[in-house]
Design a protein around this ligand. Structure first.
Ligand SMILES: [Zn+2]
Length: 257
């Protein structure tokens, strides 16, 4: 029998019929893939809890000849990130990244950069939860770029200059900031601080190990979070479920004390 073998991160699992589950993976070599885990609901032992979101594993899938949906044959967990699971906040952040990856990436689209980014992200917040918010912001800026929506964070999309002054508009349909000379009329977001936009540019393009050098105030992290959430919602034309909990728990914490 010919198997598909790959490394993958579990992003979602949902019940299928009375005893099976449908699992979605972001894989190293096959992009986003779905597979049926037979009997996974009836006996958790069958896959040893390996199918929880945010698990890194190696799998073997038996491809289907007809429906296109393969059957999960075996899995071997490489990492299940216990520190993320024991922190409610880290788990909410990681769950949002799972949901966004699932929404942005089409099945069978190649996504080797996303797999690498995701693996780095889970490792980094598992090791050090104090970075979780900043690294989630970096994940979200980079996911937009991987999906084909790289933003001009700190360069006016009309005249190309790095805007001066403290506040500028941000055009969601225009894909970036607009300086005051070009006019921010009609922009979806007005009065975004240029400091926050410079931080977003850094989160988008610095080397991953250099991310920890970025200093951001709480107000700036809040603004970056709101801007990125608005962008993801607008471009996806829907609100990912994870935002409902995150917005109510995270945003109040980021208010200046
Ligand atoms: Zn301009």
């Amino acid at each position: 029998m010919k198997f598909i073998k790959d490394s993958a991160i579990v992003v979602t699992g949902r019940d299928l019929g009375e005893s099976d589950m449908l699992i979605t993976f972001i894989t190293r070599e096959h992009g986003k893939m779905k597979a049926v885990a037979k009997g996974a609901r009836r006996s958790r032992k069958r896959f040893l809890n390996a199918l929880e979101p945010c698990t890194l594993l190696d799998f073997r899938i038996v491809p289907s000849r007809s429906s296109g949906l393969g059957r999960l044959d075996s899995v071997e967990v490489s990492e299940n990130y216990p520190a993320i699971r024991s922190s409610a906040k880290c788990f909410m952040f990681a769950s949002l990244c799972c949901e966004l990856s699932d929404l942005w990436i089409h099945e069978n689209d190649q996504a080797p950069e996303l797999f690498k980014l995701f693996q780095w992200y889970l490792e980094s917040i598992d090791k050090n939860s104090t970075n979780a918010l900043r690294h989630t912001l970096a994940f979200k800026t980079r996911l937009l770029a991987l999906a084909g929506y790289r933003q001009a964070w700190d360069r006016c999309v009309i005249c190309g200059i790095n805007p001066r002054g403290s506040k500028v508009g941000f055009g969601i349909d225009q894909g970036g900031c607009v300086c005051s000379s070009c006019g921010a009329e009609g922009m979806l977001l007005k009065d975004v601080s240029t400091g926050t936009l410079r931080s977003l540019a850094y989160l988008d393009s610095s080397g991953l190990p250099a991310l920890d050098r970025l200093k951001m105030t709480r107000a700036s992290m809040k603004e970056a979070w709101q801007l990125l959430s608005a962008l993801h919602r607008h471009l996806l034309q829907r609100t990912p479920k994870s935002y409902n909990v995150l917005d109510s728990t995270l945003l109040p914490e980021l208010n200046p004390s």
